[in-house]
Design a protein around this ligand. Structure first.
Ligand code: GTP
Ligand code: MG
Length: 195
C-alpha cells in the first residue's frame, strides 16, 4: 500500500469540500503539536508531504493524502491549542465533530498521544465523540524517543486504564517515534490491513 508513494490531494475547510467517499480512509487526530503531520511524513517516507512545525496549530485544514489507488490518509487540525482565537477554535471543533461523526468510509481514527504526557481530558473528549459515532479508534503514542525506558510502563498503564472505559477503543497501543522510525512498519501494516 505504501510502496506506490503518497500525494497531497486537498485541504478541506468544510464538509462539502470532502473528496468523494469512494475508498477507505484513516485519520490522524490528536492535540496540537503531538506529531500528526510528522507521523504522516514518516509513514509515507516523504520528508515534507504534510507540513510539520514547532508552532502549535500549524495544520488548520483537514488535509487529504492519497496512497496510490489505495486509502486516503487524513491529517486533522490539532485540538487543545489554547492560543488560537475562540471563533477559530469553534469552527475547527464543529468541522472535526462533523467529520468524525459523519464520514462513512472512515475505517479507523488514530488518536495520537504524546508519550511524555499520556491521555489528557481533551483526548478523552474526542474519544467520547468517537464512541458515540461508533468509529473505532486506536491510540498511537508519539515521541517515544523522548521517554526514558523506566517511565514507559507508567504511561502505558495510564493509557490502558483510560481506554478500558471507551467502547470504540481498539485495545492495541502502538508506540512510535517518527524521529527514530520506531513503530512505523507496524503502523503501516495496520493501515494496509484496513480495507
Ligand atoms: P498541529 O498541526 O499543530 O496540530 O501539530 P502536529 O500534531 O501535526 O505536530 P507536528 O507533526 O507538526 O510536530 C510537532 C513537533 O513535534 C515538531 O517539532 C516535530 O519535529 C516534533 N515531533 C514529531 N514527532 C516526533 C517524534 O517522534 N520524536 C520527536 N523527538 N519529535 C517529534
Ligand atoms: Mg499538523
Amino acid at each position: 500500500l505504501f510502496a506506490g508513494g503518497a500525494e497531497f490531494l486537498k485541504g478541506v475547510v468544510a464538509m462539502d469540500g470532502l473528496p468523494p467517499d469512494d475508498r477507505a480512509e484513516v485519520c490522524f487526530a490528536g492535540r496540537s503539536n503531538v506529531g500528526k503531520s510528522t507521523l504522516i511524513n514518516a509513514l509515507t517516507g516523504r520528508k515534507a508531504l504534510a507540513r510539520a512545525s514547532n508552532t502549535p496549530g500549524r495544520t488548520q485544514e483537514i488535509n487529504y493524502f492519497t496512497l496510490g489507488d489505495g486509502h486516503y490518509l487524513v491529517d486533522l487540525p490539532g485540538y487543545g491549542y489554547a492560543e488560537a482565537p475562540v471563533d477559530v477554535v469553534r469552527r475547527w471543533q464543529a468541522l472535526l465533530k462533523a467529520y468524525l461523526s459523519g464520514r462513512a468510509t472512515l475505517r479507523r481514527a488514530f488518536v495520537l498521544v504524546d508519550m511524555r504526557h499520556g491521555i489528557k481530558p481533551v483526548d478523552e473528549e474526542i474519544m467520547a465523540l468517537l464512541d458515540t459515532s461508533a468509529v473505532t479508534f486506536q491510540v498511537v503514542l508519539t515521541k517515544a524517543d523522548k521517554v526514558k525506558e523506566k517511565d514507559r510502563d507508567r504511561v502505558l498503564r495510564q493509557v490502558r486504564e483510560k481506554l478500558s472505559k471507551h467502547p470504540a477503543a481498539f485495545p492495541e497501543i502502538v508506540q512510535t517515534s517518527s524521529e527514530k522510525g520506531q513503530g512505523i512498519t507496524t503502523l503501516r501494516a495496520i493501515i494496509a490491513g484496513l480495507a
